[in-house]
Structures are given as structure tokens and as C-alpha cells.
Write a protein that binds this ligand. Structure first.
Ligand SMILES: [Zn+2]
Length: 141
């Protein structure tokens, strides 16, 4: 039974056996009016929800068409969708280091160097190796 049907049922009960007490009658009538108002508001909200749902469905289908169009344009231009722009290039992040103790040449991330003395631990012998970033910069110039 829907809310409207339940309200109609209560109205029918009231019509069949109206309470003799005037206060009780006006109270019942006020409650039925309030229920009617709630049912009206509920219907209006339902209608709004349906409209928004249909608008959202339209947007989804437009987005789907745009995505298909974009894929079409990308394939015509030969753009590989797998190329992700948040894959940052690795160049400049690494510097080559030669360990003076064991002679190992290795690469270390410049951001991993200790900020005060620009040292890194040799992965082979564990010796602290000082990295001259200034020299690297001058080479680049
Ligand atoms: Zn070493």
C-alpha cells in the first residue's frame, strides 16, 4: 500500500466513524492534512529526483560519446593512450658516482644525497662518497 493509499484509508475510517469530540475531530483532520502535505512534497521530490536522474543519464551518454570521439581522434593522430603524462622523465634526477675506495661506478638519485655534505653510501663497500653536484652543473654548461 502506498503512502497515498494509506492516507485515503485513514480518511475513509474518519468518514465512517467521526469522533464526537470536536477537539479529537479537528486533531484527526489536522493530522490527515499534514499527511496529505507530506505526500504532496514526497511526490514533488520524486519527480525532481527522476528529472535529475534523467539529466545525469544524458550527461553519462554525452561523456561516453565524447570519450569515443576522443579515442577516434587519438587513433587518427597516432597518439598512444598508454602514454601517461604523470610519468615524469627520469633525467636530471640521477648522477653518476665513482667510489674512491673500491672503484665502483654507480648512479644515485640526487634527492637521496644528504643535504649538508652531499654524501652517499657506496652500495658495494659502504664507504661514504662525497658527490660534487657543482662539477656536474658546470659540465652541463
Ligand atoms: Zn665503494
Amino acid at each position: 500500500m502506498s503512502a497515498r493509499e494509506k492516507i485515503a484509508y485513514i480518511k475513509g475510517l474518519l468518514d465512517a466513524g467521526k469522533p464526537e469530540d470536536k477537539l479529537a475531530l479537528s486533531l484527526f483532520n489536522a493530522v490527515v492534512d499534514a499527511l496529505d502535505a507530506l505526500a504532496d512534497e514526497n511526490d514533488a521530490l520524486k519527480k525532481q529526483l527522476e528529472e535529475q536522474q534523467s539529466a545525469a543519464d544524458d550527461l553519462y551518454s554525452i561523456c561516453g560519446e565524447l570519450d569515443a570521439d576522443l579515442s577516434d581522434v587519438e587513433s587518427r593522430l597516432g597518439i598512444d593512450e598508454e602514454l601517461d603524462e604523470d610519468e615524469a622523465p627520469l633525467e636530471d634526477d640521477y648522477t653518476e658516482v665513482a667510489c674512491p675506495s673500491c672503484g665502483l661506478h654507480f648512479y644515485c638519485q640526487t634527492s637521496m644525497l644528504s643535504p649538508d655534505d652531499h654524501c652517499v653510501e657506496c652500495p658495494d663497500c659502504g664507504e661514504k662518497v662525497s658527490v660534487d653536484l657543482e662539477a656536474e652543473d658546470h659540465d652541463a654548461d
